[in-house]
Design a binder for this molecule. Structure first.
Ligand SMILES: *Cc1c(COP(=O)(O)O)cnc(C)c1O
Length: 458
């Protein structure tokens, strides 16, 4: 049963101020202001406590891929709750939902993936990866391979290892991060960093930084490279086509494990099951979470290639790592039901060949707007880069105010978008249909016009 309290918005907000510490929120500002209370949802729409309807352009937090209100997922949870609400998978035990989910993941992923290690979240998946790759190299007789290379402005979660792998400086400043032996190289962000290079040239330059870093550290000291196929939280940064093949070749050359953080790109977001499929990457490990359960329950996993899994199994004995909720039966049952639902509705095909191309075309039209320097998208993920002068690719100073302004106008107009710096991010549910895409685009255009007018830009 949902909360049965008939509270006014002001009463919920007062409770919030008194008792609730929010993640990734300016707590000082929120305590002086008011939070937004979301009370229900259906399809691609949310309703707040004042009964305003909001079009969700962000699928919750990049995760409600199959939309809100899917009774198949609610029923899967309820049935599993009654049959077996919890049992662990430590000490030689397993439950049927976790086993079925592991089989489904092996089926939808590339041929090298046949094993899953379950976690409660994407952050925990990346923490697991840090320990697993070091363990792997130990077992392979190369214990010196402890270093992991990641990228500036990457997001890999919020735990100690996840935030260390991530390249967000403002996160590193809190809590003494990064942990040792994590290194960051240039991100493949052509629009900001490309200068006079073509996207193709720039992609190769950004990849070359990986080789330079491997040589600087010593190839026999490097365990792995980790990257999101498309950087999500960093601003939907879609690398030039030259980037991933070059990274793949460098990893092969020095036998460095390639890790794809698929927490956003996985489960249809880019029009294939995984972003690695879209970009032609063959990773050794993949982190997944978010869209795996469409966000209905918290669950993540590390998809482990045969090479790594066989080493752990044949040489390793105990891998001294795991979570109370690894393979939680209710979460696993919902994730399995979600994957079956994706199959049944042919959602990947729809994103690849129907609604995805339509979304991309409509978003590209906004590239003509005077505020928009670049409109970029793949599948059902995209961004509008707002700039002060599009002819000279010059950013607003200070950065971020225009993005916040545009996001606030969108919200007032009934559309939820996210802003990173001055980049407007789009990640709608994969079930969003064409009229809903039209609605999202026209509300965005209205919000851009209002933001431009406020700042006196024609
Ligand atoms: C959200 C996210 C994570 C962290 O997942 P949590 O479930 O929030 O711990 C990791 N990597 C990427 C790419 C993400 O977007």
């Amino acid at each position: 049963m949902a909360s049965s309290r008939q509270y006014s918005t002001a009463q919920w907000q007062a409770l919030d101020r008194s008792h609730f510490l929010h993640p990734f929120t300016d707590l000082t500002r929120l305590n002086a202001g008011a939070s937004r209370i979301i009370t229900r949802a259906e399809g691609v729409y949310l309703w707040d406590s004042d009964d305003n309807r909001l079009l969700d352009g962000f699928a919750g937090l990049w995760c409600v891929n199959m939309g809100y209100g899917r009774s198949e997922l609610a029923v899967a949870a309820a049935e599993q709750m009654q049959q077996l609400p919890y049992y662990n998978s430590f000490f030689n035990t397993a439950t049927p939902p976790a086993l079925e989910l592991a089989e489904l993941l092996a089926e939808v992923s590339a041929p090298q993936f046949n094993y899953s290690f379950f976690t409660g979240s994407g952050s925990e998946a990346n923490d697991t990866i840090v320990r697993m790759v070091r363990r792997f190299w130990d077992l392979e007789g190369q214990p010196g391979r402890v270093n992991i290379i990641a990228r500036h402005n990457a997001y890999h979660g919020s735990t100690m290892a996840g935030a260390s792998l991530g390249g967000m400086d403002y996160m590193h400043k809190q809590g003494g991060l990064p942990i040792p032996n994590i290194h960051h190289i240039m991100q493949p962000y052509w629009y900001e960093l490309g200068g006079d290079l073509s996207p193709g040239e720039f992609g190769l330059r950004a990849a070359a930084e990986l080789e330079n870093k491997i040589l600087e550290l010593g190839p026999d000291k490097v365990a792995a490279f980790i990257g999101e196929p498309i950087q999500g939280a960093g601003g939907v940064i879609i690398p030039p086509a030259s980037y991933w093949p070059a990274v793949q070749a460098i990893c092969k050359k020095y036998d460095v494990l390639l890790v794809a953080d698929e927490v956003i790109c996985g489960f249809g977001r880019t029009g294939r099951w995984f972003g690695s499929d879209t970009f032609g990457i063959e990773p050794d490990l993949m982190a997944v979470a978010k869209g795996m359960s469409s966000g209905y329950l918290p669950i993540g996993a590390v998809l482990v290639s045969d090479r790594v899994a066989h080493s752990l199994i044949k040489k390793g004995g105990e891998f001294a790592h795991g979570y109370t909720y690894s393979g939680h039966p209710v979460c696993a049952a919902v994730a399995a039901a979600n994957i079956r639902l994706m199959h049944r509705e042919g959602i990947i095909d729809r994103v690849a060949n129907d609604t995805g191309p339509y979304f991309q075309q409509r978003l590209a039209e906004l590239g003509e707007h005077p505020l928009v320097g670049e409109a970029r998208s793949v599948g059902m993920i995209g961004a509008l880069e707002l700039v002060a002068d599009k002819s000279r690719r010059s950013f607003f100073q200070p950065r971020g105010d225009m993005g916040s302004l545009c996001r606030d106008y969108a919200l007032a107009n009934g559309l939820i978008l996210r802003a990173t710096r001055d980049t407007m991010l789009f990640s709608p549910s994969l079930v969003m249909d064409k009229p809903q895409i039209d609605e999202m685009i026209s509300l965005t255009r209205l919000s851009l016009d209002q933001a431009a007018a406020t700042k006196g830009i024609a």
